[in-house]
Design a protein around this ligand. Structure first.
Ligand code: CA
Length: 513
């Protein structure tokens, strides 16, 4: 196409300039990033756990990505990847426990701003409190709170706003849209706290799913045979999910010091207790143990988790209505994604981190009127790494050569772009939930994972025969060639993304064989 344009330009010379149409209006951009929202909990993805009409609407009017993944499955690092278009080894924010984000580095927001956009980030940010590249920001400190959240303000102050975090975040986003300079295109990031732990629902959603019993996932009682790292984790619903902190079954309210409840006002606390106290009473009377208790915890977890998702979806619906009501729908890209996937009882787990599918994969849908055909379903391998270059290309701006993602637009515009045939992953955090650091490669059929630090081991899965990743084939007879091929692919991706730490682990003499 580029060559054709150059040719026409050469052919027509100055006449083209006269005949040229004015440059098309740059699209506005809204990026909605939620936290820990599993694709399993989104009705557009067909799992049937709950309806999510707003997210489904974006998919229906645009594209649903069925093979969208993250490069490092955890909160802060994923946002750093989205913002910079670079892997964690390049943007420096490798984990939530030891890293700090350097806001002086380049980002899609800075590039858009240079290109004439107004930019804003509102809600969960999780990369510190010194934002650069935004005309306006108002962000939750760290993880933020569900009730009466505090917000970090541009002048350095902190402001507490009464209400439920999803609603308050959307209110702030709409106020900014109301006040923006309407002569310029905008890029707004709305960062939602939901559906992060400890899954505290909005008052109006208490009990929303109490009439429903959710199916126990087939891998709920997984014993992790052949998977050393999985044997060591501490993210099991049965063993590690806490009755008080996670499930709000407090022995005594007088002694409750959980910030999430303590910060509620009297009316909010009264409604909280009116909902949870009878559940606690009933639980005490039943004296459950073993599998019965594990399954009770699973049901409670699902009910609270999905209730926070209900508020998330309702407020995404408000964003879409705002665009409808302000004649912005046709010239605004809306992209929704979670910062990573999440376990809803698969393998007995909650939380994320692993390169296994449920946490590695993320929901992602995008509406781009006039460019993406409504109802598109894409099976292309895309990453959160690709958001930055995609938005820059949509804005008609150059993508800095050191951004490592690839624009998704050629995959969607009928250009028959091939896209990736393999994806690289690297998770670094070595702390909460005792998940071993790991890196690896996923192809269409196979996944090879190298664990290090806690566990020094390899795992290999045939995703076609074993989509739930229960049988580690590494070292088994008959898989020598595929293992060698995957290691080559992994090595070349490590080189491509210049991940020196992984490179050293691959070549170290002590490397697991
Ligand atoms: Ca997260």
């Amino acid at each position: 196409m580029k060559h054709l344009l150059v040719f026409i330009t050469l052919l027509c010379g100055p006449y083209l300039a006269v005949a040229q149409q004015p440059a098309p209006k740059k699209p506005n951009i809204i990026i909605i990033v939620s936290d820990d929202h599993a694709y399993q909990a989104i009705s557009a993805y067909g799992q049937g756990l709950m309806p999510t009409p707003a997210i489904d609407r974006i998919a229906k009017e645009g594209v649903r990505f069925d093979k969208a993944y993250v490069t490092n499955s955890i909160c802060g690092p994923s946002r750093a990847v989205i913002l910079t278009g670079k892997y964690s080894n390049k943007n420096g924010y490798k984990d939530n426990e030891t890293s700090s984000f350097d806001p002086r580095q380049n980002s899609f927001a800075k590039e858009l701003r240079k290109g004439g956009y107004q930019t804003a980030w509102i809600g969960k940010y999780h990369l510190g409190h010194k934002l650069e590249g935004f005309d306006h920001w108002q962000v939750l400190p760290g993880q933020g709170e569900y009730y009466n959240p505090d917000f970090l303000m541009m002048d350095g102050s902190t402001k507490r706003i009464e209400g439920y975090v999803s609603t308050v975040t959307e209110d702030l986003a709409e106020s900014w849209l109301d006040q923006r300079d309407k002569d310029k295109p905008f890029c707004l990031v709305i960062g939602h706290k939901a559906t992060h732990r400890v899954w505290l629902p909005d008052e109006q959603d208490y009990g929303r799913f109490d009439g429903k019993t959710f199916p126990i996932p087939p891998t709920f009682y997984d014993t992790y045979a052949g998977r050393k790292a999985a044997q060591q984790q501490e993210m099991s619903i049965a063993k590690d999910m806490q009755m008080g902190y996670d499930l709000k079954m407090f022995a005594s309210y007088d002694s409750v010091r959980e910030g999430a409840v303590k910060r509620m006002n009297a009316a909010q606390q009264a409604r909280f207790r009116a909902y949870y106290e009878p559940i606690k009473k009933d639980l005490d009377a039943r004296k459950l143990t073993g599998k019965a208790l594990a399954e009770w915890k699973f049901q409670r977890y699902m009910r609270d988790y999905l209730s926070t998702a209900a508020s998330l979806d309702r407020n995404i619906g408000r964003t879409l209505s705002y665009l409808d009501n302000h004649q912005l729908k046709d010239n605004t890209i809306v992209i929704y994604l979670s910062d990573q996937g999440f376990y809803l009882g698969e393998h007995g787990w909650f939380d994320k981190r692993w390169m296994y599918e449920e946490s590695f994969r993320t929901p992602m849908v995008m509406r781009y009127p006039g460019v993406v055909r409504p109802g598109t379903v894409s099976d292309a391998f895309v990453l959160n790494l690709d958001i930055a270059p995609t938005m820059l290309q949509a804005a008609g701006l150059p993508v800095p050569p050191d951004m490592q993602g690839e624009s998704m637009l050629p995959l969607l515009t009928g250009a028959k772009a091939k896209g990736r045939d393999a994806m690289y992953y690297h998770y670094y955090e070595n702390g909460e939930h005792a998940v071993s650091p790991q890196f690896g490669v996923r192809t269409r059929r196979y996944k090879l994972i190298r664990f290090y630090k806690r566990v020094n081991d390899w795992e290999l899965y045939d995703l076609q025969k074993d989509p739930q990743e229960m049988r580690n084939l590494y070292g088994q007879k008959g898989y020598e060639k595929i293992t060698t091929d995957l290691k080559k692919q992994l090595s070349s991706l490590i080189d491509k993304y210049e991940d020196d730490e992984a490179r050293q682990l691959m070549t170290a003499k002590t490397a697991a064989r």
